[in-house]
Design a protein around this ligand. Structure first.
Ligand code: NAD
Length: 350
């Protein structure tokens, strides 16, 4: 074995039903007294419950998908105007992403309380969108100091969003097995993440208020994000990033649709990843394991259902090929990439 691995420094508090209490303890430990709580309009009531007892100086509810630069600028101005000393984000990846945009330029620490399985809370990756182009980068300042995981905050996340978001987390696990900085530590985290997600998501699908299923999926989502943060973006993330930016596709659903196609594309040339994924699913092969889980979850199948135009397939091939790491297990050509995108666009079985 020969590898380099960075472990990011972050505290995780995992306690279902205790977000308010855990958050209060964390704020006290950090000695913060001027909080900016960031939560989207939709999660406003939930956020006010969780942060009711905290020294909140300002509430901020303007959150938008993919963090538009203008939205980030307004949030930064609010933080400066109120001399904020701690950002508390309560919500999905879009909310965490806005807190990260503020932290990126101000250095104000973040405590994140996630309410989806996106996993942004456990990475040092930021994203900002301007002129229909999403830029991403890595910066230690955007890694939340602490994450408070409370599975009960997710019981209101609709089943379809839970499934898509959970498969987004699963994609972090699978892609980390062949991403540029793939290593045995990420692989161990990813395998346990796949096991936990594949155990938890069917329980969530059967009963979205089942806290045990929510916990299992949330634990898996955290592991997936740690593996992804360390391994970097592989072929799957590059495809989703380009498509999302070009056609303004919904993030989680795009990941959910594309994943089985990338897994089938890379598996024949990535035997170790194939073996690990299959074992984590408890299936004969990786593709069978994912197919069976997706069937149980009634997972999204076609990019055309989410607004991607058919002529977008040809338009996307060039930018995607340019972005895919040269170390990808299966060599990528215009032809095999076009075939993959077409299959994902029309919802063909990989
Ligand atoms: P999102 O945050 O936009 O949330 C999706 C929808 O779910 C929204 O309408 C939101 O209001 C709703 N919602 C969230 N929590 C809810 C709850 N508990 N109950 C009911 N409704 C709820 O979407 P997302 O998929 O969580 O995040 C996607 C964004 O995160 C993308 O911009 C993506 O690029 C980013 N992301 C970043 C990283 C990173 O490492 N930087 C990792 C993953 C995702």
């Amino acid at each position: 074995m020969r590898f380099v691995h960075d472990t990011l420094s972050q505290r995780v508090r995992f306690a279902s039903g205790e977000a308010a209490q855990q958050l209060a303890e964390e704020v006290e430990q950090l000695g913060a007294s001027r909080l900016m709580v960031i939560a989207a309009e939709q999660e406003k009531a939930l956020a006010h419950d969780v942060a009711a007892e905290l020294p909140v100086t300002v509430w901020h509810h303007e959150v938008a998908m993919h963090v538009p630069a203008a939205v980030a600028a307004r949030a930064r101005a609010v933080a400066a105007e109120h001399d904020v000393d701690l950002l508390v984000s309560i919500g999905g990846g879009s909310t965490t992403g806005l807190a990260k945009a503020v932290a990126l330029t101000t250095g104000i620490p973040i405590v994140a309380v996630p309410t989806t399985y996106a996993g942004s809370e456990a990475t040092d990756v930021w994203g900002l969108t301007e002129d229909a182009t999403k830029r991403t980068g890595v910066d230690a300042r955007v890694l939340p100091r602490t994450v408070v995981y409370d599975a009960t905050l997710m019981v209101g996340l609709p089943v379809a969003m839970s499934v898509a978001s959970g498969l987004n987390a699963l994609a972090h696990c699978v892609d980390s097995l062949w991403a540029p900085r793939a290593n045995p530590i990420n692989a161990a985290l990813a395998a346990e993440g796949i096991r936990a997600l594949s155990a938890g998501l069917p329980l969530v699908k059967a009963d979205p208020t089942d806290v045990e299923g929510r916990e299992e999926a949330l634990y898996g989502a955290y592991l997936s994000a740690v593996a992804f943060a360390s391994a970097g973006s592989g072929m799957h993330h590059k495809i989703c990033h380009v498509l999302g930016g070009m056609f303004n596709l919904p993030h989680a659903e795009t990941h959910a649709v594309v994943l089985p196609h990338v897994l089938a594309f890379n598996s024949p040339h990535a035997p170790e990843a194939e073996r690990r994924v299959a074992a984590a699913f408890g299936a004969d092969t990786a593709t069978q394991g994912l197919r069976s889980l997706r069937h149980r979850l009634d997972a999204p199948t076609a990019l055309r259902d989410y607004g991607m135009p058919e002529d977008g397939i040809t338009a996307a091939v060039g930018p995607i090929r340019a972005a895919i790491p040269p170390s990808n297990p299966t060599p990528v050509t215009d032809d095999n990439l076009t075939a993959l995108l077409r299959a994902a666009w029309e919802g063909a079985q990989p």
